[in-house]
Design a protein around this ligand. Structure first.
Ligand code: APR
Length: 241
């Protein structure tokens, strides 16, 4: 296995996570064997057109995932990123996640962005108000204004949240770490490319070789719950030395 790259006090780090980091918590990924998109038709449950056609089917899918989200707990990978944020100097750590679960937040990560939204939030299709709730919802939940609610998640064909800001953060970082994502869904899959072209060192941790492997300088193949604690331990020692 490649040696871990060093960091310094000044290192500005951006971490991107995907479904793989939550796999060891029991949350299925999307494209692995037994993944979500092997069981559900993505066009029916994760596009604006699918929602317009059959909102009940979309809500049944999300209600199931919301229910599952209540029972899962963060794993060693999530906690390693919390530790990393704690020992890096203030303002040097940003976490971007594609995951709509709340495991990073539950573990204790603070400076983070849910670029694909959050399972725990809903948005009114009429008044646009966003609210947080993990309570059970009816099949066609309504806002107090009468409008139909939708999950506050980003579907295929929609633009992820805060993209300008996130690309600026990626452009300004010195080290970009990407964890548990197949690297096929853009724009998230383009962050590592953007980071590398902007001069950052790029590091990847993934069970399988991701699509954008060619842009990752140091790649560690395996489970994030096993590799991240070792990587973070190494970085903690870099800052003490
Ligand atoms: N540790 C590290 N990596 C893992 C682990 C693990 N324990 N288990 C699985 N993986 C890896 C898989 O090898 C795979 O490459 O995680 C990756 C998960 O890939 P996807 O299922 O494609 O998930 P992700 O990349 O997050 O999907 C991106 O696609 O459907 C949309 O909006 C959804 O945010 C999602 C986006």
């Amino acid at each position: 296995m490649d040696v871990f790259p060093d960091i310094a006090q000044e290192t500005r780090m951006v971490v991107l996570t995907g479904a793989g980091i939550s796999a060891e918590s029991g949350v299925p990924t999307f494209r692995d064997k037994d993944g979500v998109w092997g069981k559900y038709d993505v066009m029916s449950v994760a596009t604006p057109e699918g929602f317009a056609r059959d909102p009940g089917q979309v809500w049944r899918f999300y209600n199931e995932r919301r229910k599952q989200a209540q029972s899962v707990k963060p794993n060693a990978g999530h906690y390693a990123l919390v530790r990393l944020e704690e020992f890096l100097p203030e303002g040097r750590f940003t976490l971007i996640t594609q995951n709509v679960d709340h495991l990073h937040r539950k573990a204790g990560s603070r400076n983070m962005h849910h670029m694909h939204g959050e399972l725990a939030k809903v948005r009114c299709t009429r008044c646009e108000k966003v609210r947080e709730t993990l309570e059970d919802l009816p099949e066609l939940p309504r806002c107090e204004c009468g409008g139909l609610l939708r999950p506050h998640v980003v579907w295929f064909g929609e633009v992820p949240f805060d993209m300008d800001r996130l690309f600026s953060l990626v452009e300004a970082c010195d080290l970009f770490l990407v964890v548990g994502t197949s690297g096929v869904v853009h724009p998230a899959a383009g962050f590592v490319i953007h980071a590398k072209r902007s001069g950052a060192t790029t590091v990847g941790v993934n069970l399988e070789v991701p699509e954008n492997r060619g842009f990752i300088d140091h790649f560690y193949q395996g489970k994030s719950g096993e590799i991240l604690p070792r990587l973070v331990e190494y970085w903690a020692r870099c800052l003490i030395a």
